[in-house]
Structures are given as structure tokens and as C-alpha cells.
Design a protein around this ligand. Structure first.
Ligand code: ADP
Ligand code: MG
Length: 400
């Protein structure tokens, strides 16, 4: 894989950098704010190196999942503004992705200046499954620059135009963030210090179940929390009320449990759960045994006994990979499970990796110093697919 050092003289050259600036947003009466700018900060080193080398830097990214074209609620303008604050220099912002405004913005960049294109997903070609449609958009995007740098680690598992098709059209290199994330994933997969404990949670259950099959062959123990818990509890015959449930995955999950038993790799489930009448901070809530969830309640966090159990199961680990919050940490009554587990991992003398946009955001929201982990990854889905052994389109493209 070529790196920035292999790109030669960049002075005056237009460099398109695919970053992952897909930050969590909060919206209220006063407008849209960035809830956590971790991914913007993680993108700074590559952008800074390019600027220092005199490149004309064109940054592109997606933000959220806008449907049906441009939607001001998903404009990258707030991100460009924050990027400017963090870089301490002006950042230009285009009003479109590959239209007149983008063309004018790029033409207006001087050496060592930076601008941001509008949200890539405003263009249907970005995510199209049709190679022709995607390719036509990739042609236009590539046409804005002379060199491509892939640094959006959180998106490398997507076969999207800006990730997969543009590098085929321009001289390209991997940015420092992608290389750093890859080095961490290699360390997790190639001879991890044991015991290797994996903690899984979060809400993208169907996306994350697949990794369990591979992890059963790598890890020594898997702790399951978050929204994923309920598909496991249901698979073992328990009531889960109105909790998050992937009903069509019950057989798959039973298969994992059987495999885990066979391999002697425990899948540790919570023993108690915080249930509530609704997903809201002021809903009536209580701690119940995991096998006694009332039919009219939803599970929103692992309970205190489970959090202690998970902390015990983590003690003495040599390597930890944690992806997915243990509960709805954004709401105070359901944040304790995530806090206890996050603290337990931070306190270990082990190689500890936190993956996943929301998991990383949770660590920062809970006020835990990120430096207490060996690595806080910018990519959840991408890390999981790597651990699953899948080939990642964005990496394949950068290798080409
Ligand atoms: P990551 O971004 O770290 O990979 P996910 O995107 O899969 O994690 O999930 C994060 C979300 O999961 C958080 O917003 C959190 O509120 C939610 N979550 C955690 N536990 C539950 C639960 N029991 N029910 C519903 N949502 C949950
Ligand atoms: Mg997420």
C-alpha cells in the first residue's frame, strides 16, 4: 500500500482526501451541533501533512444517511467549520458535491489551502449498487483532483464511489489514519496476548452478529451487552418484552451458542437488565433478572450485577477489543453499564482497543480519558468486518 511519503512533490497539486467525518450530531432549537468531534480530530494529521507539503486539499466525506438527495440537516458545513477551528486556518465549503460550486471552490484553492465538498451521500451515485451509476459519479469526483488519499477508515468496508471507484481513477495512497488503524487490527488478529476478551454491544445487531462466528476462533471469551443481548436471551427461550430483537437471527444465535460450547469459548450474557416503559430518561425503570423481563418493558442497559460480572471477566485480560455500548448511554439512567465496563477496560494492564463511533463517543461523553486505552478506533463496522476476515473494498482499492 502506498503511503503519503510515496506521493512525491505535492506543491500545487489538487489532492482529494476521503475522510470519515461522519460525526454524531445533536439537533435542538438552536440548530445542529456536533456531539463528538473525535473523527474530525483523527483526520487532522493527514490533512495537516498534505497542507504542509503545499497541496491544494479537497476533503470529502459522508455524514449520516440522507435519503433522496441534498438535505440541509446533513450538510457538512458544521463539520467544515469545526475543521477550521481545529486546523486554525480558513476552510472553504462547497454548496454541492461535484457541481459548479465544488468546481469553483477547488479552482479557488491556493497551495496549502483546504476546502470541503458537500456530503457525498447527497449524490445517489456515491452508494449506488449499479457499477455504471457509481462509476459516472466517481468520474466527476476524480475529475476534481489529481491525486487521491484514502483516509476514511470508518468507511473502508463500503463499496462506495469515493472509497472504491475513485482510487482506481487517480494516483493514490493510504493516509496515516488508515495505516494506524490497520496496524492495530493486525495486532488483534496476529497472535494477541492472551487471554483475549471481546466485548460486544450496541444497536446494529444484525451487522454485528456475523463477527461472532470468526471471533469464536480468535478470542478466549466474548461478553455480550447492549441491544444484542435480547436476541441471545430470546434464543435461549426468555421473554424480552419490547427490547431490540432480531427475530430472524434466533437460529443463527443458537448456532453460535452451540459452537461456543463446543470450542470452550464462553459467551457471557448479562444476569440482570435495566428495563423501562419507554426509551426515555424519565420513563419508569427498574433492574430485573435477565430471565424475568416483563412483557411490557424494554431492556435499555445491563444491570449492576452484570456490569460487575463483566468487570470480573475482564480482569487479567492480555488483550481486549470492545465494540458497542452496553446500554443507551446517551440517557443517564441507562449509562451505568457502559460506564462500569469502560472503566474496567481502561483500568487494565492490557492491549485495549475501543472500536465503533458510538463506543468512542461514549468513552468521551462519560469523561473517561481516552489515553487510558491503547487505541480508540474511528471505525466500528470496518473493524468488525476486518476481524471477520472479510476483504474491505476501500483497502483493496488502495492496494491496487
Ligand atoms: P458503535 O457505533 O459503537 O459500533 P452501535 O452503532 O452498534 O455502536 O450502537 C450504538 C447505540 O446502541 C447507542 O446509540 C446506544 O444508545 C444503543 N444501544 C445500546 N444498548 C441498547 C439497548 N439495550 N437498546 C437499544 N439501543 C441500545
Ligand atoms: Mg454506531
Amino acid at each position: 500500500m502506498r503511503t503519503l511519503a510515496d506521493l512525491g512533490d505535492l506543491r500545487g497539486r489538487r489532492v482529494l482526501v476521503r475522510c470519515d467525518l461522519n460525526v454524531p450530531l445533536t439537533r435542538d432549537g438552536s440548530g445542529t451541533r456536533i456531539a463528538d468531534d473525535g473523527r474530525i480530530r483523527a483526520s487532522l494529521p493527514t490533512i495537516t501533512v498534505l497542507l504542509e507539503r503545499g497541496a491544494r486539499v479537497v476533503v470529502c466525506s459522508h455524514l449520516g444517511r440522507p435519503k433522496d438527495g441534498p438535505d440541509p440537516r446533513y450538510s457538512l458545513a458544521v463539520v467544515a467549520e469545526r475543521l477550521g477551528e481545529l486546523l486554525g486556518r480558513p476552510v472553504a465549503m462547497a454548496l454541492d458535491v461535484v457541481g459548479d460550486s465544488a468546481t469553483r471552490m477547488v479552482a479557488g484553492l491556493g497551495d496549502g489551502e483546504v476546502g470541503v465538498l458537500e456530503n457525498l451521500r447527497f449524490e445517489p451515485g456515491e452508494t449506488s449498487k449499479d457499477d455504471g451509476v457509481r462509476g459516472a459519479f466517481a468520474d466527476r469526483l476524480a475529475g476534481l483532483a489529481e491525486v487521491y488519499v484514502g483516509d476514511g477508515f470508518g468507511a473502508v468496508h463500503r463499496r462506495h464511489a469515493s472509497v472504491y471507484d475513485v482510487p482506481a481513477r487517480l494516483p493514490h495512497a493510504a493516509g496515516g489514519l488508515v495505516l494506524a488503524e490497520l496496524a492495530v487490527l493486525r495486532r488483534l488478529t496476529e497472535d494477541p496476548v492472551r487471554p483475549y476478551v471481546v466485548v460486544l454491544g450496541g444497536s446494529k445487531v444484525s451487522d454485528k452478529l456475523g463477527v461472532i462466528a470468526s471471533l469464536l476462533g480468535q478470542a478466549d471469551r466474548i461478553l455480550v451487552g447492549g441491544g444484542m443481548v435480547f436476541t441471545f436471551l430470546a434464543a435461549t427461550g426468555h421473554e424480552v418484552g419490547s427490547s431490540l430483537l432480531e427475530a430472524d437471527q434466533l437460529d443463527t444465535v443458537r448456532g453460535y451458542l452451540a459452537q461456543a460450547e463446543q470450542r470452550g469459548v464462553p459467551i457471557v450474557l448479562p444476569v440482570d437488565v435495566v428495563v423501562a416503559t419507554a426509551m426515555s430518561a424519565d420513563a419508569e425503570h427498574a433492574v430485573v433478572p435477565a430471565d424475568a423481563i416483563p412483557a411490557d418493558r424494554m431492556g435499555l442497559d445491563i444491570g449492576p450485577a452484570s456490569a460487575r460480572l463483566f468487570a470480573e471477566q475482564l480482569a487479567g485480560a492480555g488483550t481486549v477489543f470492545w465494540n458497542g455500548p452496553m446500554g443507551v448511554f446517551e440517557l443517564a439512567p441507562y449509562a451505568e453499564g457502559t460506564r462500569t465496563v469502560a472503566e474496567a477496560i481502561a483500568g487494565l494492564d492490557a492491549y485495549t482497543v475501543v472500536g465503533g463511533g458510538d463506543s468512542a463517543a461514549a468513552v468521551r461523553a462519560l469523561g473517561i480519558d481516552e489515553r487510558r486505552y491503547s487505541h480508540v478506533s474511528t471505525g466500528g463496522g470496518a473493524s468488525l468486518e476486518y476481524l471477520e476476515g472479510r476483504s474491505l473494498p476501500g483497502l483493496v482499492a488502495l492496494e491496487g
